[in-house]
Design a protein around this ligand. Structure first.
Ligand SMILES: *Cc1c(COP(=O)(O)O)cnc(C)c1O
Length: 359
């Protein structure tokens, strides 16, 4: 067996300890005589798995009692519709467009009401986070929407926008559990888990209880109402059972690593190794303004497309895989999520130095 250093943006690297444990439990989960994949989601054994996952997540993030934790399906993209369908009481919402995912969410919301683009960074290919200290927040906005870490462009909010009292809704897919978070600043925090937490197929929604109501837009299907899932503790129908089980293991792994403060420290250390090299390199350049840099996704270029392609190919041959940038940015992107060890980033920088010397 040989494992590579996987810099994929998602689905992405998971902690090896978690994968080994899941492998050990594959045929017989703790004396049940079956795999978690084969187990009724109504069984006592599974109930313990999902309850413990929720408890560990609550402990890690310090989620207050007046917030529900929902384990749903449909990916982050389904939330682009669920959010307006459930929260757009006045049919008005404000969106800050900092990349493709925020833009898709904004466009989806327009299907349901007035979705105002109150700030954007599209003028410079989403390479920065706009100043959000004094935005033209709509008086009757039901919420203000952000994508907190922009997976494709490699930017992250360093301070949350001033929403002037309006509910903040955040897509945190690619920065979930990467650092401590003050949940009380948000109405909804959600993310697909396949970036930083687990296998594709699970989306976690952390939502303040007063936002879960029966007063949803007319025609909102039962399955797309937060209330349906909140009332049933995420067991209204069959949840993505195996995926939630793996998420639970990742929560325990993060706890064993020291929790979110320790994760942040480790992530800052990894990102600094890479950014320091990019800032000193004559060949490679980062594409993001320094004060907007993400700890999780690091795009960079050589300025020469052929050389970029050569780099991606040779890196893969050296066991550093999935470094090709998103098609809209080009170049390279290294996603260095929680589970990427420091050694992986060091190996990448070492390889980049050698490539620079040879080209
Ligand atoms: C990947 C990603 C999405 C889309 O996730 P799906 O689960 O594929 O729908 C949305 N937002 C962000 C920030 C992402 O990184």
């Amino acid at each position: 067996m040989s494992r590579v250093y996987n810099f994929s943006a998602g689905p992405a690297v998971l902690p090896e300890e978690v994968l080994r444990e899941a492998a050990d439990e594959m045929l017989d989960y703790r004396g049940s005589g079956m795999s978690v994949m084969e187990m009724s989601h109504r069984s006592k054994t599974y109930d313990n798995i999902i309850k413990e996952a929720e408890k560990d997540l609550r402990d890690l993030m310090g989620i207050p009692d007046n917030y529900k934790v929902l384990f749903l399906q449909g990916g982050a993209s389904q939330q682009f519709a669920m959010i307006p369908m459930n929260l757009m009481k006045n049919r008005v919402a404000d969106y800050i467009v900092t990349g493709q995912w925020a833009k898709k969410a904004w466009q989806e919301a327009k299907l349901f009401g007035t979705a105002n683009k109150i700030a954007s960074s599209e003028d410079r290919t989403f390479s920065y986070i706009p100043d959000c200290s004094d935005l033209p927040i709509s008086e009757n906005a039901d919420y203000v929407y952000i994508c907190e870490n922009n997976t494709i462009y490699g930017t992250k909010y360093k301070t949350l926008p001033d929403t002037k009292g309006k509910t903040l809704v955040a897509d945190v897919s690619s920065c979930f559990l990467s650092e401590p978070v003050d949940v009380t600043k948000y109405g909804v925090i959600y993310g697909g888990v396949q970036k930083n937490i687990g296998p594709a197929g699970v989306v976690i929604v952390i939502i303040r209880e007063d936002l879960i109501t029966e007063d949803v837009l007319p025609g909102t299907p039962t399955m797309l109402r937060y209330k349906t899932h909140a009332d049933a503790d995420s067991l209204y129908n069959t949840p993505p059972a195996y995926g939630i089980y793996i998420c639970g293991k990742v929560f325990k792994w993060i706890r064993s690593m020291g929790g979110l403060s320790a994760m942040k420290e480790r992530n800052e250390k990894k990102a600094q190794i890479l950014y320091d090299f990019l800032d000193s390199s004559a060949l490679f350049q980062g594409t993001v303004e320094k004060n907007s840099r993400s700890l999780m996704n690091v795009p960079f270029v050589t300025g020469n497309e052929e050389l970029d392609a050569k780099f991606v190919k040779e890196a893969a041959e050296a066991g550093l895989v999935s470094l090709k940038g998103h098609r809209t940015v080009g170049g390279m992107r290294a996603s260095i999520y929680n589970a990427m060890p420091v050694e992986g980033v060091e190996a990448l920088v070492k390889f980049m130095k050698e490539f620079e010397a040879n080209n």
